[in-house]
Design a binder for this molecule. Structure first.
Ligand code: 13P
Length: 252
């Protein structure tokens, strides 16, 4: 049985005061026992704030990206060890916004994934097709290529320590959600690819859905057999919505 994970991706949102309120509300509401694993992936400047406010709570934290390099003359980049230094558990890798706006290739995403794993972070590896790719019937091929590029550089043992997130690009921030059946179909494809590497490990790998997951659709999405939680954008910025999604993960 895979324990569900609900992770917020704050993207480039927040400030000290708003974050403080949001984190306090989450911690107060969740107490010592959440129905699933809970995390927030925050802009790097706020990792210290998370470490301060979330230490010894049920909420973990992480980054939204990391450098493919270990250290050195890479102005503006944040390394895996820096994320780990601030207690991060997770790092989002290969988000579609980075692929689209920062030209991240499948090969670069694979290198970043390795960097995260070797620093003890759990990478949340994002894959997803655009609307044009879905309409052209290329969804399986596109997400398959994205995941295979990562699997090609991993060792079998790594499979137990990564999270995959299926985020159809056309569903991100648009209010359009994949139906549970559409998402499940892709999730099953992704799990089959993981199983091609190691069937036992793949049975334990969490595959999250992301793309306009909200309190009113979270329950039916997470009820699907291969949907093991959510990667939440907009709804993670409001404590009531994020908490409702967390609650939905336990209502299966
Ligand atoms: P929204 O939940 O705002 O659609 O964002 C999803 C996402 O991109 C999470 O990484």
């Amino acid at each position: 049985m895979r324990r569900k994970l609900v992770a917020g991706n704050w993207k480039m949102n927040g400030n000290l005061a708003a974050n403080s309120a949001l984190l306090n509300e989450l911690v107060a509401a969740l107490g010592h026992a959440a129905p699933c694993d809970v995390a927030v992936c925050v802009p790097a400047p706020y990792l210290a704030q998370c470490q301060h406010q979330l230490a010894d709570t049920v909420v973990s934290w992480g980054g939204q990206d990391l450098s493919a390099h270990e250290a050195g003359a890479y102005t503006g980049e944040v390394s895996a060890t820096m994320l780990a230094d601030f207690g991060s558990h997770y790092a989002v890798v290969g988000h579609s916004e980075r692929r689209a706006m920062h030209g991240e290739s499948n090969a670069l995403v694979a290198q970043k994934t390795l960097r995260a794993l070797r620093s003890g972070l759990i990478p949340i590896i994002c894959v997803g097709e655009t609307l044009a790719e879905r309409e052209a019937g290329q969804t399986t091929e596109v997400v398959g290529e994205q995941l295979k590029a990562v699997l090609a550089v991993l060792e079998a043992a790594d499979l137990t320590r990564l999270v995959v997130a299926y985020e159809p690009v056309w569903a991100i921030g648009t209010g359009k959600t994949a139906t549970p059946a559409m998402a499940q179909e892709v999730h099953a494809t992704l799990r089959a690819l993981l199983a091609g590497q190691d069937a036992v490990a793949a049975a334990g790998t969490r595959i999250l859905y992301g793309g306009s997951m909200k309190p009113d659709n979270a329950r039916e999405l997470m009820a699907m057999p291969d949907i093991d939680g959510g990667l939440i954008g907009g709804a993670a910025l409001k404590s009531a919505d994020f908490l409702a999604i967390i609650a939905a993960s336990g209502a299966q």
